[in-house]
Design a protein around this ligand. Structure first.
Ligand code: ADP
Length: 492
């Protein structure tokens, strides 16, 4: 072929070749559509859609996701109506049968009369981006759901929940705390304790606690009294906990605070009641004891040994009752801060002699063996330390079988006197050992539970020893008896 026709044909085939080269070079899908989009004339490249070299009318059900077909049709109709560029992101069916996404754009080709001839389009695979967006959205939804969950929990509890930044400002405060302050979120968040109405000593105390938590990563627990916006002064129990990041650093301090005013008030009432009952019981008991003692003396003098022995037993029961009542009175004195420690300098030998005499007259059921004591002086409340000895010995007697020995030893360890009371009783489980000294605590073992008691003896011993700067602890194993130890500083 020669001449202009041949030249034009050559031109067309050149541009056709360039078009093919472009299609081959792109990773996009390149397509040509008929004027009304009913048939696809050519679809090239892109390995994610089925290739249609020949015209096909089946492209919509074959390639477009069923749920997006209507949207695609609407966008096409709009583009045809306006003879404007068609642009849409939609789901497709990939050659491997799974769901994908494309961003498709087609421009209309018009003839000289402005009529639509066909459309030239290109579509980019945006499946990875869409999947990422979807994962991001899911993560966002999940985070929001968590936030809603925590918000529901924290805004519906009467407890105060908050988070401090390390500069002591509030990062978070729940509804109960905002109500207590009588402030809104915007008024309170980002402000420090003073700005939120805390008294200076109180703000200072929490700031030092935050410093301590940052330095040690330890949890801090305390009790504090604070004025509530509507309820007046209340007592609160609070726990401050470090919030630690992935690098192990403390980034903030989270806190929860509980109003324990009612619990405290109930405890106080209970304490007052116990104290009142104990006082009321003590007066008739004291007079009954003195009558029994006089009667016992007379019976003995009159040679009525049987009655004298019975009255002696009655006297011992009175002593037991007096001890219990004194125990309760001491607990209530302790709780109301009225338990006085009156230190005096005395010889340990004198104290041990008194304890030995008391033990021998009170406990005939067990051999009580006192080891030789070191010669040492104490500067302590003699009566209260004697009470500690007596309590430990009476527990040893109470909890071990009759006839088994009880050993009392006193040793010097550096500047401390260490006293030990050892029995051959049932022993105590390791997990109970730290709890023995709690108020009203009684071991749950059947053997010991059957023996009557109120769980206050060891609590009192512990408080007395602690107030002397000493320590008290127990060493025991089930079936191997127990040793109760306490230590006291000796007088210089
Ligand atoms: P109480 O004896 O009145 O219950 P305590 O405070 O003296 O109260 O003792 C607390 C608990 O410790 C007792 O209930 C008992 O279970 C246990 N316990 C105390 N001493 C001994 C001991 N020597 N051997 C075994 N258990 C003991």
């Amino acid at each position: 072929m020669k001449g202009p026709v041949a030249a034009e044909t050559q031109g067309i085939s050149d541009s056709e070749a360039r078009y093919r080269a472009l299609v081959a070079a792109t990773s996009d899908v390149v397509y040509r559509m008929g004027a009304d989009w009913s048939d696809i004339r050519e679809l090239g490249s892109g390995d994610y859609l089925s290739d249609t070299k020949r015209p096909s009318r089946n492209w919509m059900p074959q390639d477009i996701h069923p749920l997006d077909q209507q949207m695609v049709k609407d966008a096409i109709n709009e583009a045809i109506r306006d003879k404007k560029t068609y642009a849409l992101e939609h789901r497709i069916m990939l050659t491997n049968g799974s769901l994908g996404w494309i961003s498709s754009k087609a421009v209309p080709i018009l003839n000289q009369q402005g009529e639509l001839m066909e459309w030239f389009g290109a579509a980019t695979d945006i499946t990875p981006r869409k999947r990422m967006e979807q994962a991001l959205q899911e993560a966002r939804d999940e985070a929001q759901q968590h936030e809603r969950l925590y918000e529901t929990i924290t805004s519906n509890t009467p407890d105060l929940i908050y988070v401090f930044n390390l500069d002591y400002t509030f990062h978070y405060a729940n509804t109960a705390l905002l109500n207590m302050w009588g402030k809104t979120w915007d008024e309170a968040i980002g402000k420090n304790l003073l700005a939120n109405g805390y008294e200076p000593w109180h703000a200072e105390m929490h700031e030092r606690e935050i410093d301590h938590i940052v330095a040690t990563k330890e949890v801090v627990r305390g009790e504090v009294s604070f004025p509530h916006a509507t309820l007046g002064r209340r007592v609160y129990d609070y726990i401050l906990t470090p919030v630690i990041n992935a690098q192990g650093q403390v980034v903030s301090v989270a806190g929860t605070t509980r109003d324990i005013s009612d619990i405290k008030e109930n405890e106080r009432r209970k304490g007052d009641f116990i104290s009142m009952v104990s006082h009321e019981l003590k007066t008739p008991l004291t007079s009954a004891t003195s009558y029994v003692q006089v009667a016992q003396k007379r019976a003995a003098e009159g040679g009525d040994n049987t009655t004298a022995a019975m009255l002696d037993r009655a006297n011992k029961q009175h002593t037991k009752m007096t001890r219990m009542i004194n125990g309760f009175l001491n607990v209530s004195r302790l709780e109301s801060g009225k338990l006085q420690i009156d230190p005096q300098r005395f010889d340990l030998a004198d104290l041990v002699a008194d304890v030995q005499e008391e033990a021998e007259s009170s406990f005939a059921t067990h051999p009580i063996v006192f080891d030789v004591c070191p010669e040492v002086f104490l500067n302590a409340d003699k009566e209260k330390i004697e009470q500690v000895f007596n309590n430990l010995i009476s527990n040893a007697v109470k909890y071990s079988p009759a006839g088994t020995p009880i050993n009392i030893a006193c040793q010097l360890k550096d500047d401390l006197l260490q006293v030990s009371v050892k029995d051959a009783g049932p022993g105590i489980h390791a997990d109970e050992l730290p709890l023995l000294f709690d108020r009203y605590y009684r071991v749950k073992e059947v053997e010991t539970k059957q023996i009557s008691g109120f769980g206050i003896g060891l609590y009192l011993c512990a408080e007395i020893v602690k107030r002397h700067g000493g320590q008290i602890w127990a060493e025991s194993e089930p079936g191997r008896g127990s040793i109760f130890h306490f230590s006291l500083p000796i007088a210089q």
